[in-house]
Every structure is written in C-alpha cells, then in structure tokens.
Design a protein around this ligand. Sequence first.
Ligand code: SF4
Length: 361
Amino acid sequence: MKHIDEYRDATLAKALIEKIHRTVTRPIRLMEICGTHTMAIFRHGIRSLLPDTVDLVSGPGCPVCVTAMEEVDRSIKLAKYPDLILTTFGDMLRVPGSSSSLDREKGKGADVRMVYSTFDAIQVAEQCPDKEVVFLGIGFETTAPTVAAAIASAREKGLANFSVLSAHKLLPPAMHALLGAGDIPIDGFICPGHVTTIIGTSAYKRVVAEYAIPCVVVGFEPIDILQGILMLAEQVEEGRAAVEIQYTRGVSEEGNQTALKLMGRVFEPCDAPWRGLGLIRQSGLAIRKPYGSCDAAARFDVSVPPAEEPPGCLCAQVLRGAVRPVDCRLFRKVCSPRTPVGPCMVSSEGTCAAYFKYHSA
Ligand code: SF4
C-alpha cells in the first residue's frame, strides 16, 4: 500500500510540472552545480517531465571531478613516500592522474587507504605512530568544516604524524569564473541545498548583482527540484534576478556561523586549480600558518610538473556545461564506470557516470 506522502507528492509534482509548462515561454538553460542534484535529476527522470524549452545542464558540482589533475598527481607523489600512509575518500582512489592513480600505486605496494571521514584518518595516525598519515582533503564548503575540525583536534592532541593535503574548493568563485568567461549561456543556477546550509544565501549576492543571474537554493527530493526549476523559470520570465530559497527547511541567509568560524580559523582562501576552469582566484582553502604542522603541502615536497588531461577526454568541457558526455567520442565505447578515462566517469556524482547509468541514447 502506498504511503499517504506518495499520493501527496504525486499530486504536487503534477501541479508543478503543469505550472512549469505554462510558465516557460522561451528556451531557458539552467545549470545545477552540485553532483547530488545531477544524480537526483537523472534518477527521478526530471528532464523527461519538463518542456523542451527547459535545458538542464550540469556544471562544476562534483568535488571529485573538479579536483585538478595536478592535485591528483600531488597525492600520488605523496603516496610513493616511504613510511607514509595516504588516506582519502573512496572515489579519489580511481581518479586517473597523469601517469597513475592512487589505486594503481596501492597495487604496486603504496599504503593507500580509503576512509569515510577525516577522523578515521586521525585514528589511523594514532594507531601508526611510526608512520606519517596524510589525508587528501577534497570537497566544497560542506566537507571543509569537518576537515577543519579534524585538523584542530589533531593539533590539540599534539598528533605530530597527521597532516592534510588540502584540495578543497569554494563554490561561489567558480560561479563567477563560469559567468565571467562568458562563453556558456546560463539563465539561472540551481544552487545546492547542503553547501548553502553552510555558506548561507548571502554568499550568492555578489554573483547575482554582478551578472543579474537568478539563483534558487534547492533541496534534493524530486518535488524540491521541480519547485526550484519553477522558481527559476518565474524569475527568468519576469526579468528578475534574485537569490531565492526553495530549501527553506535547511537554509538561511547567514548560513552555519559555527561551521564558518571553524573553517575560517583553520583555513584561509587561496587561488586554486579547477579541472575545466583553470586557476580561480581565492577559490580554494589553504591551511593557516598556526596549523602548519598539519599542512602536508608545507611538510612534504609535493611539486609536480604541469599536467594534461587524458587524450580524448572532454571532462574539462563537461564540467563547464560546454558539452554533454554523449558528445565525447570515448563515452561508452572506451570510457565506462569499469574503465573510466576521466573523473566524471569515476565519481558516483559525476555527470558522465550519471549519463552512463540513466541516459539511454
Ligand atoms: Fe572523460 Fe569518459 Fe566523460 Fe569522455 S566519457 S568526458 S573520457 S570521463
């Protein structure tokens, strides 16, 4: 028997879909900048419910995918250090670097371990005091506060053999970079609910003011996404550009001040390389000097030569919404989740992986 909520949601979804169809009078292009949205849009078949005039495109929202090749190469270099344990989240193990991957190095004998949180990495450091333990930190503003908490905790404990290689990214600067490049037409952003829970809607004010781009912060249920699309469509049709919240149950203007303060205590903004977007000013997080003993980039030589994308892989363009995975000649033929050529096929939140799983054409 169906739960009452399923009937309620189906009725609401139908009403939202009909209203989107009535509202949109011209072609619009909306970009989601969150891997969780990418997967939810595919999983629930949202595209097939929309009028042809609404084009949904994925942007740089998958944390594994936007990690630059040189950052992957740095972690591989670290993994080759003797007496060093490299820890990171599962998806990063299979991301190809210039000539290897963490998984391949593990196969050759490097001590590379998958962990579920930075605190697991701290535990490894406590259990292996004669080894250096480095955590490769990736992700956006949702992940960074927990990594900051782990770094603060390691320092408080005086844990001398634990450090973090920070490859964290900040989302608003990437939105600026995308719009500033001016080559990808975007009529509105579907902003991530979880990142915005941390940074607050005030973080988007500048991008809205500078580029007159509608932004709606959206949750992850099908109803949330449909309502968010409708709110964006209404802004576009009315010629408005504002930050609006669909995900009212989790998001505020000021964000999570406790998390932001912790992040600000441990990290400082730095210029950072993004796959597909290049070097973006003040878009990354470097570990502040007082926490330097936990900064792997300061403690080890992580210099690597400039890196190039795998031949034929269009991940860089996919991440800017310039092409779709099906435009890549390697898609399905050479590149699949079993034999990934680029990170967009490795990550469970990658656009290529989503197309592979859900797109039939
Ligand atoms: Fe890269 Fe594979 Fe995606 Fe092509 S299909 S862009 S090779 S990850």
